[in-house]
Design a protein around this ligand. Structure first.
Ligand SMILES: [Zn+2]
Ligand SMILES: [Zn+2]
Length: 369
């Protein structure tokens, strides 16, 4: 490498000169990238109201700690001594063991929180789900879907800085490994940007529907249980395949993928599970909701717990129920939770096993909203 090349922009795309970036990087002392990832997550946890600029009126008051699975009416019902269980991927452990997943206790005060709304919007937008019993009304399904998508977006915004954080994590590595690492970072960034764009797209649409009191733009199938089910969740994903692994969306880069948005809510006597989608022709969320609904009633709960564990990180289990699972059932949940959980953001592919009975109550009915 002669003088001229040393002053050209580095091949890794950092925007720095080669001599200030990857020159002699293999000889530099190694860093601990995982500490940097954690620091990044904290630093970029945005503190901005997700309802700003969506035609939902001006913000007011401080940003508040919001629960996506509401604490009072939901998590308390499945908690033991104030705790629930959540699958977590420990980044540094994952690096060592090639995909280490643990299930950890989490206090319900800290479960599923995000600082995504000002106190005024939080009060106005979610009073219908926080202060009124959940009955699966259209305005309630819409409010919950909107809050869920806002949290998804919040997470993707935080991940947007990952590439910059990890750029120098290949210090002390052989040159060939540096190439692969930087290439992987580029892929991760691109993947996150696509996901962020889709999530934002849906989040804006939902906000607009609320501001227009338009309850036709979101459709749901609600499954009603007469008991509390031992897991609570709120999340969304862009389905590529349906319940049986058949393709729903291709995922071309110029395509805005549609999401399926799911949540559970405690009612006065039991639980309701909403599976929602933005109204469109051949909505993939609709296909999935209908497939669950068309299963024999005895298999619906099993399909729901497995799909949610597979696709959603924001899912919490009753500690006692989880502890009493047989090995076979615990193993299947672990496989599903770990599926797609890698640095490259792969699509989860572990199959749902409808033959497994998790001993859950059956829905007493389902209805369309
Ligand atoms: Zn470089
Ligand atoms: Zn606000």
């Amino acid at each position: 490498m002669k003088g001229r090349e040393r002053n050209t922009p580095c091949w890794c795309g950092s925007g720095k000169k080669y001599k200030k970036c990857h020159l002699n990087r293999d000889a530099q002392p190694k860093e601990n990238p995982w500490a940097a990832v954690e620091a990044n997550r904290k630093a970029f946890t945005q503190r901005k109201c997700s309802a700003e600029g969506l035609g939902l009126g001006a913000c007011g008051g401080n940003l508040i700690k919001a629960h996506t699975v509401s604490r009072g009416c939901n998590l308390e019902k499945i908690a033991k001594n104030g705790h629930v269980m959540q699958y977590t991927a420990n980044m540094s452990e994952m690096n060592k063991n090639g995909g280490k997943l643990t299930i950890d206790k989490i206090g319900i005060k800290n479960a599923s929180i995000f600082y995504g709304f000002c106190s005024k919007h939080d009060r106005e937008l979610f009073s219908c789900i926080e202060n009124e019993p959940f009955t699966g009304r259209p305005d309630q399904c819409l409010a919950i879907a909107y809050r869920t998508m806002s949290r998804e977006l919040y997470g993707k915004d935080a991940s947007a800085h990952l590439r910059d954080t990890l750029r120098s994590a290949d210090k002390g590595w052989p040159i060939i490994d540096q190439y692969f690492f930087q290439f992987a970072l580029e892929q991760i960034e691109q993947g996150n940007e696509f996901a962020r764009r889709e999530t934002r797209h849906t989040q804006i649409k939902l906000g607009t529907l609320i501001s227009e009191d338009n309850f036709d733009g979101l459709k749901s199938i609600v499954f009603e249980f007469s008991e509390i089910i031992p897991f609570m969740f709120a999340g969304a994903w862009s389905p590529f395949t349906d319940l049986y692994g058949v393709e729903l969306q291709k995922g071309y880069t110029d395509e805005i993928l549609e999401q399926v948005i799911v949540s559970s809510s405690a009612t006065t006597t039991g639980t309701m599970v909403c599976v929602s989608w933005l109204t469109s022709v051949n909505a993939p969320g609709k296909a999935i909701a209908e497939q669950i609904n068309n299963l024999p009633v005895g298999q619906q709960s099993s399909a729901i717990i497995q799909m949610m564990t597979k696709h959603i990180e924001n899912i919490f289990f009753d500690p006692e129920w989880h502890r009493n699972l047989s090995n076979k059932h615990r193993m299947q949940l672990e496989i599903l939770a770990a599926s797609g959980l890698d640095f490259m953001g792969s699509v989860p592919s572990a199959p749902i096993r409808l033959d497994l009975d998790f001993g859950l109550p059956n829905p007493k009915r389902s209805f369309e909203v």
